[in-house]
Design a protein around this ligand. Structure first.
Ligand code: AMP
Length: 212
C-alpha cells in the first residue's frame, strides 16, 4: 500500500492532475465527503487528508509514504527525515512582509529600532530579519495575520501573498518579498528503500506532469 498525504483545498486540487498523469483517480471528493482516508482507482494507493502543516510530520514518521507540502511549511518543519525530490510548481505564491499603508517601514528598519512582527512563519521571519540585521520582537499567530498591524498588535506581518487582494482589502501594503513559494513532493526515506519500485514510478510520473 502507498499512502499519500495531502491537505484539502489548493494543494489537493492542484495535485489531482499530477495523480491523473500517473493513472490515479481519487474516488471521493473531500469537499462533500467527511472521510479522511480516500480510496483511489488503484487498490494499492490511498490518500490521507491532513492539515497542511501536518503533512511533513506524517511523512517523516511514516504515517504516509509521501506527501505534498508548501516550501513555507517545509522550512518551518525543518525537513528532517524527508526526501524532497521534486518542486511540483503548484500552489505558487510568495512570502512577503506587509505593513499598514501609513507605516514608514524603510525608516523603521533604518533607525535600528525593534520591529514587532506577527506571523505564523516564525523561522522564515526570524531568518529574514536576522539577515537584514534588523532586531525584531516576534509574535506567533495561527491565522488572520492581517489584523495584527490594524489593531496595533504588531508593526509588520510576514505572510503568504498570492493576488494581493487580502492585503489590499485590509489596507496593508507589501513592502518586501522574502521568497517565492510553491509546493514540493516529500517522501519518507525508509519507504523509498522498502517500496522503491512503486514510489519511483509515482515520482517519475509526477515529474513528467509538472506544469511549465
Ligand atoms: P491573496 O489575497 O490572493 O493574496 O491570498 C492571500 C491569502 O491566501 C493569505 O491569507 C494567504 O495565507 C493565503 N494563500 C495565498 N496563497 C497561498 C498558498 N499557495 N498556500 C497557502 N495559502 C495561501
Amino acid at each position: 500500500m502507498i499512502t499519500l498525504a495531502l491537505s484539502k483545498g489548493r494543494i489537493f486540487d492542484d495535485t489531482l492532475p499530477l495523480l491523473r498523469a500517473a493513472g490515479i483517480e481519487v474516488l471521493d471528493d473531500p469537499e462533500t465527503s467527511r472521510k479522511l482516508i480516500l480510496d483511489t482507482n488503484q487498490p494499492d494507493v490511498r490518500v490521507v487528508l491532513v492539515r497542511a502543516t501536518d503533512v511533513p510530520t506524517y511523512v517523516q514518521y511514516g504515517g504516509a509514504d509521501l506527501g505534498v507540502a508548501g516550501k513555507d511549511v517545509l522550512i518551518e518543519h525543518g525537513g528532517e527525515g524527508l526526501y524532497q525530490p521534486l518542486d511540483l510548481k503548484i500552489a505558487a505564491c510568495r512570502m512577503s512582509v506587509a505593513v499598514r499603508a501609513d507605516f514608514d517601514y524603510q525608516a523603521a528598519v533604518k533607525q535600528g529600532s525593534r520591529l514587532r512582527v506577527a506571523t505564523k512563519f516564525t523561522t522564515i521571519a526570524r531568518d529574514h530579519f536576522a539577515d537584514k540585521g534588523v532586531h525584531i520582537d516576534l509574535i506567533k499567530l495561527y491565522g488572520s495575520m492581517e489584523l495584527a498591524p490594524l489593531t496595533g498588535l504588531a508593526d509588520a506581518i510576514v505572510d503568504l501573498v498570492s493576488t494581493g487582494n487580502t492585503l489590499r482589502a485590509n489596507h496593508l501594503v507589501e513592502v518586501e518579498q522574502i521568497m517565492d513559494i510553491s509546493s514540493r513532493l516529500v517522501v519518507n526515506q525508509a519507504a523509498l528503500k522498502l517500496k522503491r519500485e512503486p514510489l519511483r514510478r509515482l515520482i517519475d510520473a509526477f515529474a513528467s506532469a509538472i506544469p511549465t
